[in-house]
Design a protein around this ligand. Structure first.
Ligand code: ADP
Ligand code: XUL
Length: 532
């Protein structure tokens, strides 16, 4: 077989806390990785965890200029590391889902005429109507969600069209809020992008279409016809279709890279830009998820996703178009209280050290002697509740746990919730089921052991923790041959196999079977307490 080491494909991920990139060669080997951490590498933007939480505690945004500057910086870092841009055949990428970018009237022309002697950050200074982009952590749009659901006949009806009931972080309610509170800014906007299509636009030097998969996270697209839904557009804001333009298949070749990158960094002129997608769809591609398996991403948010062929949208969880196979779908459940909550408990109970956090997990028994904890530092998505709840083995609420018990209660509680909710979406663990883990916390074996025990299934990881980036590099490669009918699975067959990380303890199901039922009951109790 010929080696294709002189071709390479780039996958970027504009995630919450950082911008990451992975380069693979024609043999699917990772040849370069790099990242820019927003808080520490770009301190002038004063973000915490990549975002600004506003005074109301509900509004969460990121400065759009920070993302532009991060792209300048990561490309400089790659150049300084000696990365050879001239071998890049195609690039793709992903972005944190739901977040939106508002391009100012007239910017399309500036994007087409970028001066290669200057950085993007200075060239695009005056290009955005809204400087603080709403992101997925925002939960300030309850009113807009209620309006949208009632306009289309209810929560289930909205889910039947768009794959999800109305969610505060979804783009429809965020756009509606901007239109209502800042009508001038809305009117000054000629194009609205998702974080993913915004990033693609930078590389393309023109506005990039929103892809079907990330477009499914907006409460605006009909996931069956793959067109914007007229009633949803109408219930969101006026003239919206013109500001969004038509969505595109996730495997679409958008065009060749902008001459800006050819001149400034030495990309080849024919290097293709492939539609960017959401980070979770990107991870599905990176993990090469197969039907029957379940993927758990342990990043800033924790997400669980499944490959499905017969979607049945419900008022819990989301159905998105599948990013690698246009005839399939993916189901997703997202939790806001993921890594940041684990970090808080690590800081409070194990002196800020992941090693001591892990030791606490190894030294406590499966099932935590019946103690269960629910830790929602911020309003959770499922269930929509907030607060810290600790229960003893008799389901009696208690004020505190010892440090070790607290650590195990947190991790077990987070994974029990994932299994309970996945099962509600019809997911069943069958012999041969694999759990695929990714995201920052998937490097922690002690955490993975709890995951394996709660799901009573082996947990696999892939070498690259950045599955969204890797998935985007795979997608870039696939898009070049998709037109010839080559499937994604065939394109990535030669990639490194997922590694077995841990197996479940033989008595895991005996311990966690009853705990799953108890957890579901306690969660329902917590929801009632919060909503009373
Ligand atoms: P993002 O969602 O921004 O892409 P990542 O997937 O890179 O985030 O995950 C970042 C998180 O990974 C950090 O917030 C940190 O809490 C977590 N993390 C990193 N190393 C460990 C570890 N050894 N154990 C547990 N969590 C970890
Ligand atoms: C998914 C979600 C998050 C973001 C950020 O619905 O809101 O997972 O994609 O990672």
């Amino acid at each position: 077989m010929t080696t294709l080491t002189n071709s390479c494909y780039l996958g970027f991920d504009f995630s919450t806390q950082q911008l990451k990139v992975v380069a693979i060669d024609g043999n699917l080997q990772v040849i370069h990785q790099n990242n820019v951490q927003f808080d520490s590498d770009l301190p002038a933007f004063r973000t915490q965890g990549g975002v600004h939480v506003h005074g109301d505690g509900l509004t969460v945004t990121s400065p759009v200029h920070m993302w532009v500057k991060a792209l300048d910086l990561i490309l400089e870092k790659m150049k300084n590391a000696g990365f050879d841009f001239s071998c890049v055949k195609a690039i793709s990428g992903s972005g944190q889902q739901h977040g939106s970018v508002y391009w100012k009237n007239g910017t399309r022309t500036s994007l087409q005429l970028l001066d290669p002697d200057r950085d993007l950050h200075s060239l695009l200074q005056d290009s955005f109507a809204v400087l603080d982009s709403p992101v997925w952590m925002d939960s300030s749009t309850v009113k807009q969600c209620q309006y949208l659901e009632s306009a289309v006949g209810g929560a289930q009806q909205l889910a039947d069209i768009t794959g999800s009931r109305a969610y505060e972080r979804f783009t429809s309610s965020q756009i509606a809020k901007i239109h209502q509170l800042q009508p001038n800014k809305y009117n000054e906007t000629e194009r609205i992008s998702l974080v993913s299509s915004f990033a693609a636009s930078l590389f393309l030097g023109d506005y990039a279409a929103i892809d079907y998969s990330d477009g499914s996270g907006m409460n605006l697209m009909d996931i069956f016809t793959k067109q914007w839904s007229l009633p949803c557009l109408k219930a969101t804001a006026p003239m919206l279709a013109a500001k969004l333009c038509d969505p595109t298949p996730s495997t679409a070749l958008l065009g060749s890279i902008s001459s800006y990158f050819v001149k400034r960094f030495g990309f080849p002129e024919h290097c293709k830009v492939v539609a960017f997608t959401g980070d979770n769809p990107g991870s599905l591609a990176g993990m090469r998820l197969q039907e029957g398996d379940i993927a758990v991403s342990l990043g800033t948010s924790d997400t669980v996703f499944l490959w499905i062929t017969e979607p049945r949208p419900a008022v819990e969880g989301h159905i998105f178009c599948n990013p690698v196979d246009c005839s399939s779908y993916m189901a997703l459940i997202c939790y806001k209280n993921g890594s940041l909550t684990r970090e808080r408990i690590r800081n409070e109970c194990s002196g800020g050290s992941w090693e001591s956090f892990s030791s606490a997990l190894w030294s406590t028994p499966m099932g935590n002697n019946g103690s269960i904890g629910i830790y929602f530092d911020v309003v959770e998505i499922i269930p929509p509740a907030i607060g810290i709840y600790r229960f003893d083995q008799h389901d009696k609420r208690v004020d505190a746990f010892t440090r070790e018990v607290e650590i195990r209660a947190l991790v077990e509680g987070q994974f029990l919730a994932k299994r309970v909710h996945a099962q509600k979406l019809g997911y069943r663990i069958i012999p041969g089921t694999k759990v695929l883990a990714t995201g920052g916390a998937s490097s922690n074996k002690a955490i993975l052991q709890v995951l394996s025990d709660v799901f009573n299934a082996p947990v696999y990881t892939i070498d690259v923790a950045n599955s969204a980036c890797l998935g985007s590099a795979f997608r870039a490669m696939h898009a070049l041959v998709a037109g010839k009918g080559v499937s994604f699975t065939d394109t990535v067959r030669g990639a490194a196999a997922a590694q077995l990380a841990v197996r479940p303890n033989p008595s895991a199901e005996e311990v966690y079977g009853p705990l799953l039922k108890r957890y579901a009951g306690l969660e329902a109790r917590v929801l009632m307490t919060t909503t009373q």
